[in-house]
Each structure stands twice: as structure tokens, then as C-alpha cells.
Design a protein around this ligand. Structure first.
Ligand code: SF4
Ligand code: SF4
Length: 170
């Protein structure tokens, strides 16, 4: 079985997902306005039989995106689709920023950099290819690309990292 363990470049290309997201969300809003606004919300729209992939056309769309995710991972590194193209990610980033602005408590990672020996094990396991040890050195674990999977915490033998539930990540 082929194992993709190449790190994604991340960085400036992360903006691609916002370039996709903005016209997408604006077109949905425009269409809704042209249709006279929202009158009802159907939570089960196009999920005949409980699933959204229930006809031939849906399978074509489904496999197109599966292929896109695989090809991007092979070409640009693991989780490349999440970094560069996922149009759901901006919702999570915006939600996170609103949460921080309102000072609401949430799950975060706390670091104690005085215990860090800079072994970079945390970076090697991070599925989002983040510079975790640099984040530790800077004293902030706040990163909109972090999916809070906890792999860095499990890997760190020096117990530098731990989950906390507070209103601001440190
Ligand atoms: S695994 Fe722990 S000790 Fe090693 S660089 Fe990461 S935080 Fe520091
Ligand atoms: S919680 Fe997961 S995504 Fe976030 S820095 Fe740690 S390993 Fe990376």
C-alpha cells in the first residue's frame, strides 16, 4: 500500500481556499436573495434514503472529489486538500475567530516551553504539517490550521503539551 508522508508546503497557498470560498458563499447568498429569501430549511435535502450519494450523477461528483483529494495529496503532500482547497475550512476559521473575540472557553493546547528540548517529534507527526516546535518556542499554540487532533501531545515525551479548556490558547 502506498503511504503518503510528504509534508505540505502550506504558507501562502492556504489563501486558495478563501479564493474559492468567497465567490461560492456570495453566489449562494445571491441566489437565496433572488429566490425571495429563506422560507424553510430542509435538513434532509437531496439525502434520499439517508445518504447524499444516491444516484449516478452523485457518484460522479463523489469520485471526482475523492480523486482530487488523493491526487493533491500525492502531488503536494498530506492533507493538501485541507490546506489549499477545502471550502468548509473558512467556516471553522471564522467560528474560531468569533469564539476568540468573544472570549468563549474552548478546547486548546497549552505548552510549557521551558521543558522543550526541540526534538521536533511533534512536528514530524503533525498531520497538518505545522511547525509545532516553533509554536512552542513562540509561546502560542494558536493556529487556524490546527485540527486539535492531539498527536503532538501524545508524541511529546517531555510532556510539554497538554489539552486545556480555557478562553484563550497559550
Ligand atoms: S516533541 Fe515535545 S520536546 Fe520535542 S520539540 Fe515537540 S514540544 Fe518540544
Ligand atoms: S493538535 Fe494535531 S494538528 Fe494541532 S499542532 Fe498538534 S498534531 Fe498538529
Amino acid at each position: 500500500m502506498m503511504v503518503v508522508d510528504k509534508k505540505t508546503a502550506g504558507g501562502n497557498l492556504n489563501i486558495l481556499k478563501y479564493i474559492i470560498w468567497v465567490p461560492w458563499i456570495l453566489s449562494i447568498i445571491l441566489v437565496a436573495i433572488r429566490a425571495g429569501g429563506l422560507h424553510a430549511i430542509n435538513f434532509f435535502y437531496q439525502t434520499d434514503g439517508g445518504i447524499s450519494v444516491s444516484n449516478t450523477q452523485s457518484y460522479i461528483v463523489y469520485y471526482f472529489f475523492v480523486a482530487l483529494i488523493v491526487i493533491l495529496s500525492l502531488a503536494a503532500g498530506r492533507r493538501a486538500f485541507c490546506h489549499y482547497l477545502c471550502w468548509m475550512a473558512p467556516f471553522m476559521v471564522i467560528g474560531s475567530k468569533i469564539k476568540t473575540a468573544l472570549g468563549l472557553p474552548s478546547l486548546n493546547i497549552h505548552s510549557s516551553k521551558e521543558n522543550c528540548n526541540n526534538c521536533k517529534s511533534c512536528e514530524r507527526v503533525c498531520p497538518m504539517s505545522l511547525s509545532v516546535s516553533l509554536m512552542v518556542q513562540k509561546g502560542t499554540m494558536s493556529n487556524t490550521e490546527c485540527i486539535l487532533c492531539g498527536q503532538c501531545i501524545d508524541t511529546c515525551k517531555m510532556e510539554v503539551l497538554r489539552f486545556t479548556f480555557r478562553n484563550r490558547p497559550r
